[in-house]
Write a protein that binds this ligand. Structure first.
Ligand code: ZN
Length: 414
């Protein structure tokens, strides 16, 4: 299985927007750009909503059939580890091996020595095509990088070989994610991480490093976007170089996690991938759930009331909801509207506060982040929520498609 050059991860918390999401990718195809669609759902999401990985496969297949989609599509077991991979073996054909928890933990000394010996030939000035200044590699740097990442890559190797045994080498796509770590990886680190990945025999087709800056859920990038642009471009060049040096899959590409809504860096990403003829995987999930809320708010009446109820409960249960996402949200509670005020809003006001349009003075990124993590409340409502989604599926679906196509796919790929 070979992942296409461009792909987009379209997580869908409640499994109802598969067709609306695919519609966005289909529109891209109609305007001449092929993008593969990847339905991703993490173990974390499954356990919060109490869904089964098989449901993602069912949604994918039924959406593909309904829209007569002939392009690439996959089901991604997102952020899985050795402890939960078995749940996904049957239904997934894309596996995102999350080894962030193992970064910073040391492999055995003799393995670090062996790694350092094996790659000692890269010490000195290392010219990477596309990067103006050569990298300066020392033996100490290689040793430090091995100390920080070798164990994590060995863990990825264990998960990979476990999946390979069950599915067969050619029948799935492998991504390695290190995005949920504290410290971003430099291009030099990425180079030796890729060496380690090749060394473990993992034919990774995408890799998700942690980039500089904040990738908060559902909102724009926070940080120095010029610095990001430089780092991203260097990563692109390092990958192309490492593919040749270490004999990795030629289509290996960067994956940008928490990739939705990072509008201020999309022009940089677009420029880099075009300039270097590189691929890209952009992973999104919660942005679709927020469009469900926007659609329901616009529908008004009981649907708007339900959105207000979800907001009020999310505010009440802030700590509990924020816990699992503490590294990837920045909410200033003083900037959140009081529930008694929000309860008086019209559907249009609510949609304006929530929709990611930074030119709208009513837009509130704190409210948006809070509702991003508030999906647990909706899942507890069960049919009450799902029935309203079904009743208003046209207006919700329009928002889902429009968001992915106009705000994500167009600036990145078209
Ligand atoms: Zn991630």
């Amino acid at each position: 299985m070979k992942l296409e050059k461009y792909s987009i991860g379209t997580g869908d918390r409640f499994g109802k927007q598969g067709k609306a999401q695919l519609e966005a990718v289909k529109r891209a195809q109609e305007s001449g750009t092929e993008i593969a669609i990847v339905w991703n759902k993490s173990y974390r999401e499954h356990s919060i909503i109490h869904t089964d990985p098989v449901s993602v496969r069912e949604e994918a297949e039924s959406s593909v059939k309904a829209l007569n989609w002939k392009g690439g599509y996959y089901v991604d077991a997102d952020h899985i580890s050795l402890t939960n991979v078995d749940l996904f073996l049957e239904s997934s054909d894309f596996f995102t091996l999350d080894v962030a928890d193992f970064t910073g933990k040391k492999a055995a000394e003799k393995e670090i020595n062996a790694f350092t010996d094996k790659y000692r030939s890269y010490t000195g000035k290392l010219s990477v095509p596309g990067i103006s200044e050569p990298l300066t590699i020392t033996e100490e740097k290689i040793r430090n990088i091995a100390g920080r990442y070798l164990l994590a890559v060995q863990e990825a190797g264990k998960i990979y070989h476990h999946i390979e045994k069950s599915r067969g080498r050619e029948n799935f796509i492998t991504e390695i994610s290190m995005d949920e770590t504290e410290i971003p990886q430099t291009p030099e680190e990425l180079f030796f991480i890729l060496a380690a990945i090749a060394n473990e025999g993992i034919p990774a087709q995408t890799i998700a490093p942690k980039f500089t800056g904040r990738f908060n859920k559902g909102v724009d990038y926070v940080g120095d976007s010029d610095r990001f642009a430089k780092e991203f471009e260097e990563d692109v060049c390092v990958i192309a170089f490492a593919v040749k040096e270490f004999n990795l899959p030629p289509n290996l590409k960067l994956s940008v996690h928490s990739g939705s809504d990072k509008f201020s860096i999309y022009p940089h990403i677009r420029k880099s991938i075009r300039q270097h003829d590189a691929g890209l995987h952009i992973k999104t999930a919660g942005t679709t759930w927020l469009e469900e809320l926007i659609g329901l708010a616009e529908a008004g009446a009981e649907a708007l009331d339900l959105v207000k109820e979800i907001y009020a409960s999310s505010l009440e249960r802030f700590e509990e909801l924020a816990g699992p996402y503490s590294n990837v949200i920045d909410i200033d509670r003083n900037q959140l509207p009081l529930p008694e005020d929000a309860s008086k809003w019209t559907g249009e006001q609510f949609a304006s506060a929530l929709r990611h349009d930074q030119s709208n003075p009513l837009y509130n990124r704190h409210l948006r982040q809070l509702l991003h993590i508030g999906y647990k409340i909706a899942s507890e409502m069960g049919d009450k929520y799902l029935n309203l989604l079904e009743k208003h599926r046209d207006i919700v679906g329009r928002n889902v498609t429009e968001n992915l196509f106009s705000r994500h796919i167009t600036p990145l790929f078209l």
